[in-house]
Design a protein around this ligand. Structure first.
Ligand code: NAD
Ligand code: DAU
Length: 355
């Protein structure tokens, strides 16, 4: 039995769906269903006894302790977080609450549970914390990619809150000997990605005939990984990672934002061309930059490849095509997401960016 937190969000839902497809082991999925959590991501698991959804908060110690006592999981995988940098700039408090306080409470409940285990159950237990490359800060153009020993220099309230959670996880190993693993991954993309993030926002806005808002000069670089490759890396680290170690996860796919937007437009031009025959690239609009915007992220994933034999299955070209196709084929999912409080966020974030 696994306890997964945040499994109704983008990466967590992909992880749960892949796990159930590949393993017989059951999952308890604890998710607070914030704006980013969506039961519809898990609709295909309705009635499947291998997946148990629990609506709740990682900071609810009584609930988490009861779940641990009842289900006796062999591992916890912590995806739950507030994850959007722009939202953390508008309002950091939820990020402090879930990413720092929530992770702390989860660690405390886990420490009590792990302490109660005996023999192999205790030895084999794992707490896997899912984190981000943003904790390492920003790279200049020629600096080498982040390794696991790169100094922490988080620049946004989001990345600072994730950095704090990483430090807590590390401390629970160092101080209490808790068997933790941490993964720091680069930018994910793929199915079920909430359209507040760059790639799904561009697909959704393009199809709706709306502006494609590029922050600043669009030359900021991110390192992209198809979400299912992130999930396979997490499975690999859970199965074979050395306790207390950190593993960077990335796809060696550094690209400037503007190139990403053009690639999305090109694929859409080919698969669902505009009625007027023009390219979706005509909709690109440069808007005011993100405050404190990190210029470049790049992940050196060689430790994970060398020590655990992990490699991504998708190239950026295959992954982005699959992603655009998924959005074209799942317009009902998109429509449902857009009908919620999503609109309030878009109005708030982009109103003040118009140059
Ligand atoms: P997401 O925002 O899509 O999903 C987060 C999920 O956590 C949602 O289902 C939400 O309801 C749930 N949640 C939020 N607060 C909670 C709480 N207090 N208790 C229980 N559940 C709660 O995020 P994502 O993009 O899927 O990211 C998942 C994890 O991976 C995060 O920890 C994030 O920092 C990390 N990460 C994301 C990326 C990326 O590119 N998206 C890359 C590297 C690491
Ligand atoms: O690097 C991993 C991180 O990637 C994760 O930890 C975060 O949870 C995840 O949200 C993501 O953070 P980014 O800030 O890199 O992702 P986002 O999709 O918000 O933005 C990607 C880049 O695109 C960034 O340079 C900002 C830019 N951008 C974004 C939006 C939403 C735009 O130019 N226009 C936009 O409208």
């Amino acid at each position: 039995m696994l306890l997964v937190t945040g499994g109704a969000g983008f990466i967590g839902a992909n992880f749960v769906l892949d796990w159930v497809a590949q393993s017989d082991e059951a999952i308890i999925n604890l998710d607070a269903l914030t704006y980013a959590g969506n039961r519809e991501n898990l609709a295909s698991l309705e009635g499947n006894e291998q997946h148990n959804f629990v609506h709740g908060d990682i900071a609810d110690t009584a609930l988490v302790s009861a779940l641990l006592a009842q289900h006796q999981p062999r591992a916890i995988i912590n995806f739950a977080a507030e994850s959007h940098v722009d939202r953390s700039i508008h309002g950091p408090e939820d990020f402090i609450q879930t990413n720092i306080v929530g992770t702390f409470k989860l660690l405390e409940a886990t420490r009590a549970y792990w302490g109660s285990l005996k023999g192999d159950a205790k030895r084999n237990f794992r707490f896997l914390h899912v984190s981000t490359d943003e904790v390492y800060g920003s790279l200049s153009k020629d600096e080498p990619a982040f390794t696991e020993t790169h100094q922490y220099q988080p620049n946004s309230p989001y990345s600072a809150s994730k950095a704090a959670s990483d430090h807590l996880v590390r401390a629970y190993h160092h101080t209490y000997g808790m068997p933790v693993l941490t993964t720091n991954c680069s930018n994910n993309y793929g199915p079920y990605h909430f359209p507040e993030k760059l790639i799904p926002l561009m697909i959704v806005n393009a199809l709706a005939g709306k502006a494609l808002p590029v922050y600043g000069d669009g030359q900021q670089i991110r390192d992209w990984l198809y979400v299912k490759d992130h999930c396979s890396a997490i499975r690999r680290v859970l199965a074979a990672g050395t306790v207390g170690e950190v593993y960077n996860v990335g796809g060696w796919n550094e690209k400037p934002n503007l190139e990403i937007v053009h690639t999305v437009c090109c694929i859409l031009d080919e698969l669902r061309g505009r009625a007027d025959g023009k390219s979706y690239a005509e909709q690109i609009s440069y808007v005011t930059d993100r405050p404190g915007h990190d210029r470049r992220y790049a992940i050196d994933a060689s430790k994970l490849e060398r020590e655990l034999g992990w490699k991504p299955a998708e190239t950026f070209e295959t992954g982005i095509r699959k992603t655009v196709l998924w959005y074209l084929e799942n317009q009902a999912w998109v429509a449902n997401v857009l009908s919620g409080n999503y609109r309030d966020w878009v109005a708030k974030n982009y109103a003040e960016r118009q140059a």
